[in-house]
Design a protein around this ligand. Structure first.
Ligand SMILES: Cc1ncc(COP(=O)(O)O)c(C=O)c1O
Length: 400
């Protein structure tokens, strides 16, 4: 176990937190690529199953490399407990279904990543959970929805892809008053730029696939919570088995070491890119958390330390065709890649209407702010000036 001083700053915890060195005293953490563990005697095996769970017995329950990742992220976020999962969706599913039962009531904001919306609306209803979906940007909708007893609130802020923001300072106390636990999908904000714990959020979920890995290598997820929530979730996770592989946990552990550096650098570049895009005549509108033109800028400034690396831009139609205009921009990129992933060291751009949100109706897309000219950009670690030139190429073609 680690013998670190108690009062370390978060950036230091991202490098050293949770480290468990083996008898070989390695510098970089070991990968314990094992499904099981051995016991010196039958009595030791019996004791391992009776005891408090500190002994590793099976990697579906706990694994030393996975535990290092969990402890490091928990220390950084300031929650006592973290459960690592095989993907972000495994984390969202476990957080929602591990805490709810048939007959319970769930309130969620509508601007969610598509699979999260499926879980809190379609799937929840199939299992007898009342699901109320509201416009999360409107405090009065939260007030109304949370005026009756509720068991769980699920929200994402800022949202994927159009960066809608929920006022945590307003919503969390309302939810608690209604008897609900609050689960926040903090993927777009990243662990670096927004601290839901500060607002009393009970559970934070991550797709670690995104900024935490940050290099497009593996899937992973995480649930952060207090001991009370952990006691409810632990048997659900143990028996349903969405466990993270030790190899992926090691990759994510290494991702954590550079997380602050990457997110801060990407945010600074994204601000430059968003400022350029906002000034281009082929662009109708840019939504970026770090720009004053964002309709919820004052709230964003309170809630987030910087704008993050995600930009949502709307391209003007050319001859009435916004989709073709957006495709022209995408098809002329030479550095940025067309990809529906995000949070990578490489700049990635996607057309949500035809990819991530293809299954939604035109009306449903419009409610979320997704149109035929919408492009989501995840700014990477390249030089911002090169990214600007990359987008300018296609944009200039649209204005002749
Ligand atoms: C906001 C958000 N939440 C959850 C997920 C799901 O994560 P994963 O793909 O790791 O399952 C994603 C994936 O894009 C996401 O963007």
């Amino acid at each position: 176990m680690s013998d670190l001083p108690d009062d370390l700053n978060p950036a230091t915890l991202l490098v050293h937190g949770g480290t468990r060195r083996s008898q070989f005293e390695e510098t970089s953490e070991a990968i314990y690529l094992t499904s099981g563990f051995v016991y010196g005697s039958a009595e030791a095996a019996e004791a391992a199953f009776v005891n408090d769970g500190s002994r590793f017995v099976y990697s579906r329950f706990r694994n030393p490399t996975v535990a290092m990742f969990e402890d490091r992220l928990a220390q950084y976020e300031g929650y006592p407990r973290c459960f690592a999962t095989a993907s972000g969706m495994a984390a969202v599913h476990a957080a929602v279904f591990g805490l709810l039962k048939a007959g319970d009531r769930l309130v969620a904001s509508r601007a969610l990543f598509g699979s999260c919306l499926y879980i809190v609306s379609d799937l929840a209803k199939r299992f007898g959970i009342e699901s109320v979906i509201i416009d999360g940007t409107k405090n009065e909708e939260w007030e109304k929805a949370l005026s009756v007893p509720t068991n769980l609130v699920f929200l994402e802020t800022p949202s994927n892809p159009c960066l809608e923001v929920v006022d945590l300072e307003h919503v969390v106390p309302l939810a608690h008053k209604a008897g609900a636990k609050v689960v926040v999908d903090n993927v777009f904000a990243t662990p670096v730029l927004q601290k839901p714990k500060k607002y009393g959020v009970d559970v934070v979920v991550y797709s670690a696939t995104k900024h935490i890995d940050g290099q497009g290598r593996c899937l992973g997820g995480a649930i952060l919570c207090d001991d009370e929530v952990a006691a409810t979730l632990a048997p659900f996770l143990r028996h349903t088995g969405p466990a993270l592989s030790p190899f992926n946990a090691w990759t994510l552990l290494k991702g954590l070491e550079t997380l602050e550096l990457r997110v801060k650098a990407q945010s600074a570049s994204a601000l430059k890119v968003a400022t350029f895009l906002e000034g281009h005549p082929a662009v109708e509108r840019v939504l970026y958390a770090g720009l004053e033109s964002h309709p919820q800028h004052a709230l964003l400034k309170r809630q987030m330390k910087a704008g993050s690396n995600l930009i949502c831009l709307h391209i003007k139609p050319v001859n009435g065709d916004a989709k073709q205009a957006a495709f022209t921009v995408l098809n002329n990129l030479r550095i940025a890649k067309i990809s529906n992933n995000l949070g990578d060291s490489k700049t990635l751009a996607t057309h949500p209407a035809t990819t991530t949100h293809q299954r939604l109706s035109v009306e449903e897309k419009a409610i979320l702010g997704i149109g035929p000219g919408t492009i989501r950009v995840s700014v990477g670690l390249e030089d911002a000036d090169d990214i600007i030139v990359d987008f300018k190429r296609g944009l200039d073609m649209l204005v002749g």
